[in-house]
Ligand binder design. Sequence first.
Ligand SMILES: [Zn+2]
Length: 71
Amino acid sequence: MVTVNCDACRKKMDNPALPFFYFGEFSICESCRDNLESQIRPAIRGKAPFTTDWYDRFVRDSITKAIQKGK
Ligand SMILES: [Zn+2]
């Protein structure tokens, strides 16, 4: 059986098929994903012009910070 740990909160997920969000090499559980999205969404709204490069970097930074904080 495949088990995956959330990269941010380290919670182990026995069935990672559905509730996981993958971004590049990161695996993020649903609750951490909600946290990230609540940070990312307002930032996207304030960002003009929007570029995918910026978005990519921003999401990566946000995930890295979440990993450092452990949630
Ligand atoms: Zn998590």
